[in-house]
Ligand binder design. Structure first.
Ligand code: T5A
Length: 232
């Protein structure tokens, strides 16, 4: 259940974005157990309380096809090559983009996606060692050029994130169960992407408690919405 973090939500002005009907696409990224799902749900709740039309979605998933592909790609019993894994994530993303993301953005919704293309670059590129330029080209085809307006990158040491995920029961996760060195490469990859795309990726310290992470993320989203509505 999502905690109702009233105090943090109150920091969100009701009329933060004068152009409230304009859609936006915001992604939440980070390593396993960084707290993306927790944050995305709380953010969506706060923004809905401020009267916005908010869509919360995730990858891999978000569509019927994506849900089936998620089960396949995370199945610890299933062996697959690194490019096979990549194609499954890209297929899930393509259906997510044309069935969910583009229509919701066009409809004026504030769309939050728990993971998107940066995850493919961080996990399959930096983590698995696949060619980054090829991944970028394929990703661009899968998304038909859709780029997030803003990305919140939750940064936490890999061992802290993994410890968080391992406190809950799970049937196993083919990627989450990879060794610590893999997850450290993924995190380093996310940080490299943040340096490369400083215009849209904001790094948030996710080793803080969940309320502080939410407050920092709300401030970031609010600042971005205000800057957009004032045209700066
Ligand atoms: N993947 C995905 C790829 O390899 N390539 C791709 O292109 C894509 C899209 C599944 C896997 O697929 C990989 C990455 C993943 O390995 P996922 O379902 O998003 O993707 O998997 P996870 O990142 O593992 O998602 P989790 O739900 O496990 O982690 P979250 O969402 O980051 O963390 P969350 O919010 O569920 O929190 C985990 C625990 O920590 C607590 C929560 O209560 C929960 O118990 N928590 C905190 N504890 C302390 N302080 C905080 N600030 C906390 N925030 C949350």
């Amino acid at each position: 259940m999502v905690e109702n973090r009233i105090g943090e939500c109150e920091s969100m002005p009701a009329e933060a974005d004068a152009a409230g009907e304009q859609g936006a696409f915001i992604t939440v990224e980070g390593g396993d157990g960084a707290g993306k799902t927790t944050l995305a749900k709380s953010l969506a709740e706060c923004l809905r309380q401020s009267g916005r039309s908010v869509r919360l979605t995730f990858e891999p998933g978000g569509t019927s096809l994506g849900t089936r592909l998620r089960a396949l790609v995370l199945d610890p019993e299933l062996e697959m090559g690194d490019w096979d894994e990549t194609w499954l994530f890209l297929a899930a993303r393509a259906s997510h983009v044309h069935d969910v993301l583009r229509p919701a953005i066009a409809n004026g919704e504030l769309v939050f996606s728990d993971r998107f293309s940066d995850s493919t670059l961080a996990y399959q590129g930096y983590g698995r060692g696949l060619d980054l330029e090829r991944l970028r080209r394929l990703s661009d085809e899968a998304t038909q050029g859709l780029i997030p307006d803003l990305t919140l990158l939750l940064d936490v040491p890999a061992e802290v994130g993994l410890a968080r995920t391992r406190t809950r029961s799970s049937d196993g996760d083919r990627i989450g169960d990879a060794d610590l060195a893999f997850h450290m490469r993924v995190n380093a990859g996310f940080r490299a992407l943040a340096l490369e795309h400083g215009e849209r990726i904001v790094v948030i310290d996710a080793s803080l408690d969940a309320s502080s992470v939410l407050l920092n993320a709300l401030t970031t989203v609010n600042d971005w919405l205000e800057a957009r509505s004032s045209g700066t």
